[in-house]
Every structure is written in C-alpha cells, then in structure tokens.
Write a protein that binds this ligand. Sequence first.
Ligand SMILES: Cc1cc2nc3c(=O)[nH]c(=O)nc-3n(C[C@H](O)[C@H](O)[C@H](O)COP(=O)(O)O)c2cc1C
Length: 190
Amino acid sequence: MNKPIEKFQADRARARDAGDPMAAVCVLATVDEDGRPEARTLVLRQVEDDLALFMHTSSPKWQQLQHGGSINTYWPSVEIQYRMHFTTLPIDQAVVAASWQYRPDTPKRMDWFYDLKQAQSTPIGSRDELKQGLDSLSLPQPITAPKSAGGLLLKPTMLERLDLNELSGLHDRRRYTLVGVEWQEEVLVP
Ligand SMILES: Cc1cc2nc3c(=O)[nH]c(=O)nc-3n(C[C@H](O)[C@H](O)[C@H](O)COP(=O)(O)O)c2cc1C
C-alpha cells in the first residue's frame, strides 16, 4: 500500500486549496514530567519530504518530544481528522537558521529573549517587564538565529484517519501502523 503519509499530504493539500486556515497548523500533544498531557497549536511545516515542527528549545515541549509525541489535525473544509504518533529527528541547524530568517521581527527577538533573559513558558512579573526586557536585549547585527532555535522532523509510526464524509453518517476510520518497514492498515470501529 502507499505510505499513509501520502494520503495525509493529499488530504491536507485539498484542505489548503479550499482555503482552510487549519491546514497550516496542528495540535501537538506531549506528556509533562508529572505525566500530565499538554496540548498546544503549532504550525505544521514541511521540510523536503518530512513534516516538521519549529520551536525554541527552552520550551519544556522540546525535551518532552525527545520521547516522541502526537499531533492531531482536523480540516473542516474536507471533514477529515488525523491523529499521528511519531518519533523525531533534529533538523540541521543551518536549515533551522535559514528558515528562521523569514520570521517576523518580534518572534525573532523573542527567541533571543528566551536565550538571554528567561525561558519560554516561564512566568514574568508583568507585560511591562517583558517589553523592557525585549527592548534592552543586545542582539547580533544583522540578526541571526540563536543556536537554541530548534526544529524537529516528524517520523510517523502511526496515523489514524477519520473521514466524516460518508453520507450514511457511518464514518470511515482507519489506523495505519508502521511494522518494521511496512505499513499495516486496520479498519476501526468509528
Ligand atoms: C496558530 C498558532 C501557531 C503557533 N505556532 C507555533 C510554532 O510553530 N511553534 C511554537 O513553538 N509555538 C507556536 N505557537 C504557540 C504555542 O501554541 C504555545 O503557546 C507555545 O509554543 C508555548 O508552548 P509550551 O507551553 O509548550 O512551551 C502557535 C500558536 C498558535 C495559536
């Protein structure tokens, strides 16, 4: 059978062509050190043949993802949900740095803030303290990516596709599992 990621890419392309804003993002789930699930929205990127996520390595999710993770997508335009489990591979720093240059100014400066002031997702006294901290950074000129800007390639081990398009309302749900180098398909009770 074709790799299920190709089906994912084709469905995502249809959603994108339909102008679906959700086609650009995913919900990333990880588990924190206390075993509590954490979910948040991330841009779902494409690096050559692989899906990819970009983030600052000071965020706890960077460490959490070293043990793998899970993403969820739902595209209302085509009424298809995917769930995906994956392992990760770090993206070459030169590739991260090149892509980083396309970020808007404030996110670029924030990446340096995480590096020089305090980590992403930590509490800060006030918005004013944050703004003053951001304004007082001494940044490289021209600005380049800090080494702590990170990216991960997603290497899927399981995809589940839920298609809500069946006119009868009997949704089509299938799970694809990587066994060795082969993908196995199972039909699931929806
Ligand atoms: C539409 C959207 C896109 C986002 N894209 C990213 C992203 O690509 N990378 C990222 O680190 N955070 C992104 N965020 C912010 C994350 O959802 C999250 O707030 C932040 O990364 C902190 O996560 P943490 O608590 O796991 O550290 C995005 C948020 C939204 C709403």
